[in-house]
Design a protein around this ligand. Structure first.
Ligand SMILES: Cc1cc2nc3c(=O)[nH]c(=O)nc-3n(C[C@H](O)[C@H](O)[C@H](O)COP(=O)(O)OP(=O)(O)OC[C@H]3O[C@@H](n4cnc5c(N)ncnc54)[C@H](O)[C@@H]3O)c2cc1C
Ligand code: FES
Length: 337
């Protein structure tokens, strides 16, 4: 049995099967809604339900007030009747924009104790379009998928660079850590996601935890290349100094008067770095975050704390952009049918 989902104030309608999420149904019908983690953690797919009934897990991601005003997470919303929704934006997917390719490992380097840098090259002559900050899905032999962000800027379109953190007991990242080698093949689909630079004159706070640096690197390189004059500060946090595995932020700082870099270590402070949690360093430096846009990327525990505390410090919610690096451990409980 399927239900019909309509978009308020538009002619857009699409079917959604019983048990299917509204986000998946929209994508199947060729529409793109804002989303990132797909696991009910980041809040990017937040949308107002105008009418209809649904099951919609939202954990701690939505506030009491948001729930009371009809906000739901479309990546978790499963209809129980026809629905009318009011998303922030919805657009037709360009069918040629997303591609599935078999890429070859061109370079692989262990850059920190738990981080591997993997440079994949596409087959000769193939280039893929993506926006700085977007991610790809690695397709595993059993057809399961894992997300990783492109760390290269979009103009380097003959391949992708990935920064892959080894998750303890993780199937794919364990394989990358222990077995993947130069010349191996990897099946990927790209691009996905909505974590991308928004036009504005506001100064930018980039906040990265560990490999959360990857999409932020892509955005910063793309922005600097376009000669943007926007004021940018990168706060990059890791447990130890080796976890801040790239010297690029120091180079950007030296070469660009409007870019600054604040390295933050949570375990062992060292000369030239701050200590504590990376989002707390941002709050320590600014009495009010009202004038800023913030782009925050890393483990869900960090992105959730940053969202809560930054908004409490005056950051307008519409100026908070997040990519939560969820894993299967963050998946919500299976819905009861
Ligand atoms: C949009 C997006 C972009 C991302 N970009 C990056 C990136 O650039 N770099 C990066 O390092 N990471 C990134 N991530 C995170 C990355 O996708 C995960 O770390 C990766 O999927 C882990 O895969 P795995 O196969 O190694 O782990 P999995 O095998 O999926 O396991 C992950 C963890 O979950 C546990 N687990 C497995 N199954 C279950 C279950 N059923 N219930 C509870 N726990 C379970 C495992 O024990 C393990 O601890 C991104 C995530 C998202 C959503
Ligand atoms: S995409 Fe739905 S909460 Fe992250």
């Amino acid at each position: 049995m399927s239900f019909t989902v309509s978009v308020e104030n538009s002619a857009i309608k699409f079917p959604c099967e019983r048990g299917e999420t509204v986000l998946n149904a929209a994508q199947r019908a060729g529409y793109e809604l804002p989303y990132s983690c797909r696991k009910g953690v980041c809040g990017t797919c937040k949308c107002r339900l105008v009418s209809g009934e649904m099951r919609a897990y939202s954990g701690d991601t939505l506030t009491e007030q948001e729930r009371a005003t009809g906000q739901v997470l479309l990546c978790q919303a499963r209809p129980r009747s026809d629905l009318v929704i009011a998303p922030r934006k919805i657009k037709k997917i360009d069918p040629f924009a997303r591609r599935t390719l078999t890429a070859r490992v061109f370079r692989i380097v262990r850059v920190a104790d738990d981080v591997t840098f993997v440079h994949l090259r596409f087959p000769a002559g193939i280039r893929v379009h993506f926006k700085a900050g977007q991610n790809l899905e690695v397709i595993l032999p059993d057809c399961e998928r894992r997300n990783f962000s492109m760390a290269n800027a979009p103009h380097e379109s003959d391949g992708v660079q990935l920064h892959i953190r080894h998750v303890p007991n993780g199937v794919f990242t364990g394989y990358v850590y222990n077995e993947l080698k130069r010349g191996d093949l990897m099946r990927v689909e790209l691009p996905f996601g909505d974590f991308a630079m928004r036009e504005s004159g506001k100064p930018i706070l980039f906040v990265a935890g560990s490999t959360g640096f990857a999409p932020i690197k892509s955005i910063i390189e793309d922005t600097l290349r376009k000669d943007s004059q926007r004021q940018m500060t990168l706060y990059w946090g890791a447990r130890t100094k080796r976890g801040l595995y790239s010297e690029l932020p120091r180079k950007w700082q030296t070469e660009n008067p409007h870019f600054s870099y604040v390295p933050v270590l949570s375990d062992t402070p060292e000369a030239g770095t701050r200590s504590g949690l990376v989002h707390a360093a941002v709050l320590a430096d600014h009495r009010s975050l009202a004038p800023f846009q913030a782009y925050v990327c890393g483990p869900p525990v960090m992105t959730s704390a940053a969202k809560r505390d930054f908004i409490a410090a005056g950051l307008p919610e519409q100026d908070f952009f997040v990519d939560a690096f969820t894993t299967r451990a963050d998946e919500p409980p299976a819905p009861a049918h």
